[in-house]
Ligand binder design. Sequence first.
Ligand code: ZN
Length: 133
Amino acid sequence: MSIKKIDHIAIVVEELERALGVYRDALGMAVTDVREMPEQDVKMAFLPTGDSEIELLEPLSAESGIGRYLAKRGEGLHHICLEVDDIEATLADLKAKGAQLIDETPKQGAYGRIAFIHPKGAHGVLIELVERT
Ligand code: ZN
């Protein structure tokens, strides 16, 4: 297995428009898309930089996974996504090495097949793996 790059870093925010005041206006990052994703109960802004991007996530409801996360832990880093060339091989390899996986098999994400590694098994950081299609 090999990790190709950091695909994106996802940050939970209370209010997307206010967060864009920092990431877009103060830091000067370009926003390529702002999208509501009702199936994930989240509104997202995409800010590519170099070969990866920052994603800002605003929960659409307090009861969603992201909404509960925000209520419990406040704004900040939600997950880091690593791009892999073969997600099945990566998951099999991680399993063999005793990693704590949230997803033992890949599921369909916005831009490819994804799986999550539990933060308890990754020193406090939720890690998403993606095989882009
Ligand atoms: Zn992600």
